[in-house]
Write a protein that binds this ligand. Sequence first.
Ligand code: HEM
Length: 126
Amino acid sequence: MEDPVANIYQSVASEEPFFRLVDEFYAGVEKDPILRPLYPDDLSHSKQLLALFLLQRFGGRTTYSQERGHPRMRARHMPFKIGVAERDAWVKHMGNALDKVTEFSPFRAALDFYFQDFATFMINQP
Ligand code: HEM
């Protein structure tokens, strides 16, 4: 398939696992000494944005772009220092979250590839 993550929403067929995934992910970020300082004190808006982005990217509703416009993810991450350590921490917490939200297990290989690749693309510091 050309884009192996584009239709995951159709198979999961519920938004709830997406919000649970994001909650689990941010539970890890919250305790992470490398990542926590990058995020705002109140993580609720960050959670909402990530959930809406993933819903859209994986074939669900397009509220993310209706509210935020074109994703421009690399540009949106430029204000934050993202090196290999930050990238690896992000990927680790997303992997831990995927371990817990078993609705995504059938797509695990494609998701791991997608998140690892996308996180590498966000690196903006040596
Ligand atoms: C590589 C390590 C990464 C770091 C350190 C990082 C960090 C951040 C930070 C600090 C913010 C701003 C706080 C907020 O508004 O939520 C943010 C926003 C965001 N990140 Fe990341 N991020 C990384 C990778 C990713 C990846 C791989 C994705 C998607 C698969 C992603 C999706 C988003 C989204 C959707 C937003 C909100 C953008 C908006 O303002 O609309 N990030 N990220």
